[in-house]
Design a protein around this ligand. Structure first.
Ligand code: ACO
Length: 324
């Protein structure tokens, strides 16, 4: 076990809610098409914020909730596939905004598995004994990567951020096991954020293409086939059965994918809480937003065993078992 505790959770979503009916006014789609296939009614979309703004709000809420000063932090990790820019990285902007002068900061990108991969890195730092207090945030403004005329992707995604404060602990709590897997040979199934590749010597090698493109069916069958296998490996490494887990917090891409995973393990959907109905798919932020809502409602509490499950771009998967 990598011993550490989650000291605080927080989330920040933009105020502007975009409903399925709003989208039906922009393109040839409908709530009748979107909701049964995805479980999504609404998503929140930025009006004047960027990724670092959402992440900074989460950081400020986390510190307030824990009663920590920014100067207590040893590190800040932000997981995002939609940063403000490549430089400065989003975590560095957050570090500057909150005045965490002692903390080093860096971003990671593992797309929709970003929460699990970020928690893995944060856990390694804390269990190494080198650092005591860390902040991890998943933050996305995916709306800037979407072609709002493309009904095949625009209905799926939303903007938001969520995070945790983590502290090294001597108690029997922390990361029990994990299974991280990458299928780079299938990466073309989810594409986004391509820069124009050109230079003074070769002209244009490949054009700018910022927008999301995905093989929806391919990703669906990948997730329903591979995620249960990875989760099963994580459970085996922790020497636990599926029944031993109190809650499964899965990436909120699609209600039907989560139902399929629950069925695979013979578990009730009561143990697989969802909130994509309100936020859509917020990639690296989705599990952190869900975790915060479950902590705040009292459903998830210290002492429980939970699984975090991520899957998506890469293609990549992450499954972790935690004793909170
Ligand atoms: N409204 C109305 N019709 C639509 C829409 C829409 N928003 N989108 C597609 N359609 C049409 C298509 O054009 C197609 O029409 P056609 O039969 O005339 O060609 C028809 O609906 C069926 O389209 P499919 O893509 O086959 O629909 P499917 O049932 O597979 O559902 C969906 C699509 C919801 C995207 C599903 O495949 C899915 O959820 N896949 C997983 C996606 C996912 O989870 N991605 C994770 C990304 S995570 C990350 O890393 C960012």
């Amino acid at each position: 076990m990598e011993k550490m505790k989650i000291v605080a959770t927080a989330k920040q979503v933009p105020e502007r809610v975009v409903t399925n009916d709003d989208l039906a006014g922009l393109m040839d789609t409908s709530d009748d098409w979107i909701y049964p296939r995805t479980g999504i009614h609404n998503r929140h979309v930025v009006t004047d914020e960027n990724t670092s703004d959402l992440a900074t709000s989460v950081a400020q809420k986390l510190l307030k909730e824990a009663g920590w000063a920014a100067s207590d932090l040893d590190f800040i990790i932000v997981s995002t596939m939609s940063p403000d820019a490549l430089s400065p990285h989003t975590s560095a902007i957050v570090q500057g905004n909150i005045g965490a002068e002692k903390a080093f900061a860096f971003d990671i990108n593992a797309a929709c598995s970003g929460f699990v991969y970020g928690m893995s890195v944060a856990s390694s730092f804390l269990s190494s004994g080198r650092y005591q207090k860390g902040m991890f945030i998943g933050a996305e403004v995916l709306s800037k990567l979407i072609d709002w005329k493309d009904r095949t992707v625009s209905v799926l995604f939303g903007d938001g951020a969520g995070g945790v404060l983590l502290e090294a602990s001597d108690e029997e709590q922390g990361l029990l096991s994990e299974e991280l897997e990458t299928f780079g040979d299938r990466g073309e199934a989810i594409l986004t954020g391509r820069f124009a590749n050109k230079n003074a010597f070769a002209g244009e090698i490949s054009p700018l293409d910022p927008y999301f493109h995905q093989d929806g069916r391919g990703v669906y069958s990948f997730a329903t086939r591979e995620v249960p296998k990875a989760l099963d490996k994580a459970l085996q490494k922790a020497n636990l059965s599926a029944d031993d887990v109190d809650f499964y917090l899965a990436h909120q891409a699609n209600h039907r994918i989560i139902e399929s995973i629950a069925k695979n393990f013979g578990q009730s959907m009561d143990k697989f809480p969802t909130n994509m109905v309100e936020y859509g798919n917020t990639s690296a932020a989705s599990t952190a937003i869900l975790l915060d809502e479950l902590y705040k409602s009292g459903q998830v509490k210290p002492g429980m065993t939970v699984a975090f499950v991520g899957f998506g771009g890469g293609l990549a998967i992450g499954a972790q078992i935690w004793k909170l």
